[in-house]
Design a protein around this ligand. Structure first.
Ligand code: NAD
Ligand code: UDP
Length: 344
């Protein structure tokens, strides 16, 4: 009864390992470390007091995945592995289709051969494209405006087709809004390499002096203060949503063998509200200046959360202050992310 966690050494995956281990599940992580450090898993072990089984491997290596599923007697997969940068995906679409789409296909084939037919998949609110109404329900039309988003949509379609072909398959497609925060121990968190693309890691690097100021992309949106609005969700809440999805799937309690659920808080915060909340949490001034809108950005994006509440009996608990406080705690305790310890 082991759960395979692909991409489990990464930001969300490492928090998911904690959540599943603390709930008493056995896990094995498969990660190629292309965007992670294995130190995250040592920290997971320190938090939970449980050893983490870890295989350095690639989801595209079908034979290896199949061997791992057999060796650990896996009964389910939580699938985080993949590439996630929108900007990079426009420059390296082949890598994105290979890692995300081909990788998921190989993983599904390995699962099929090993008789493992339950998967939770990390999708994204990016599949909603330009919102036609808010909050975004799961039935909102989907569209992709970049290769990354298209990989998520393609994988969703693949999973629905596989589910329709055989009722023994069970899939939970989870569409994340904007995951931020860190475990409250400060031992694991987001460890971006290079210049961060996302707002929260960029703000933290201004707060700790690594970057001079934040460029706020656009102050002429039709929002209360003109800056972009997003639904930020604490990563610990997000992974608890996975735990619930896993339980619902394992119990066969879902209304169908493939469900799609938003994981967000339902609250939208603007860039300037995020800056102010982070200033409160860190007691640092976050310098910023306004820049033109970033191409492809939408004005507002936040989740309708009712389906998650009803189907998963799950609701995000942590507020914006907790998201900022826990992020800052992680950054203060690990100024160079996992890199400092790795270099020792
Ligand atoms: P992350 O980069 O920290 O984690 C992904 C992990 O997968 C990394 O540890 C990486 O080394 C590993 N990986 C990548 N390609 C692999 C491969 N071919 N084989 C094995 N391992 C591989 O990213 P994250 O923020 O933890 O995101 C996890 C998942 O959630 C991704 O699928 C991402 O697209 C999705 N998601 C993330 C966000 C976000 O804002 N962080 C939002 C929506 C969806
Ligand atoms: N943003 C910004 N400056 C940055 C990074 C992001 O102003 O350096 C804004 C961005 O335009 C959006 C919000 O912050 O309105 C969240 O951006 P992020 O990239 O974190 O998430 P996404 O846009 O993918 O939802």
């Amino acid at each position: 009864m082991t759960v395979l966690i692909t991409g489990g050494a990464g930001f969300i995956g490492s928090h998911c390992c904690v959540s599943f281990l603390e709930a008493g599940h056995d896990i094995v992580v498969l990660d190629n470390l292309s965007n992670a450090s294995s130190l995250s898993l040592e920290r997971v072990a320190a938090i939970t007091g449980r050893k983490v089984s870890f295989v350095v491997g690639d989801i595209r290596d079908q034979a290896e995945v199949e061997e791992v599923l057999h060796r650990y007697k896996c009964t389910a997969v939580v699938h985080f592995a993949g590439l996630k940068s929108v900007g990079e995906s426009t420059k390296m679409p082949i890598s994105y289709y290979d890692n995300n789409v081909v990788g998921t296909l190989r993983l599904l084939s390995a699962m099929d051969n090993a008789g493992v037919r339950q998967m939770i998949f990390s999708s994204s609110a990016t599949v909603y494209g330009e919102p036609q109404f808010l909050p975004l329900t799961e039935d909102h039309p989907t569209s992709a405006v970049n290769p990354y988003g298209r990989t998520k949509l393609m994988i969703e379609e693949m999973l629905r087709d596989v589910a329709a072909s055989d009722p023994n398959w069970r899939f939970g497609i989870l569409r994340y809004f904007n995951p931020v925060g860190a475990h409250d121990s400060g031992l694991i968190g987001e460890n971006p390499l290079g210049i961060p693309n996302n707002l929260m890691p960029f703000i933290t690097q201004v707060a700790d002096g690594r970057r001079e100021q934040l460029a706020v992309f656009g102050n002429d949106y039709e929002t209360a203060d003109g800056t972009g609005v997003r639904d930020y969700i604490h990563v610990s809440d997000l992974v608890d949503g996975h735990l619930r999805a896993h339980e619902v799937l394992a119990e066969g309690a879902a209304p169908s063998n493939c469900f799609t659920v938003n994981l967000g808080t339902g609250n939208g915060y603007s860039v300037l509200e995020m800056v102010r909340a982070f200033e409160r949490a860190s007691n640092k001034e976050i310098g910023f200046s306004f820049s033109p809108r970033r191409e492809g950005d939408v004005a507002e994006c936040y989740a309708h959360t009712e389906r998650a509440e009803q189907l998963l009996n799950w609701k995000a608990k942590r507020d914006l202050d907790a998201m900022c406080r826990d992020t800052w705690n992680w950054v203060c305790k690990n100024p160079a992310g996992y890199a400092a310890e790795a270099a020792e």
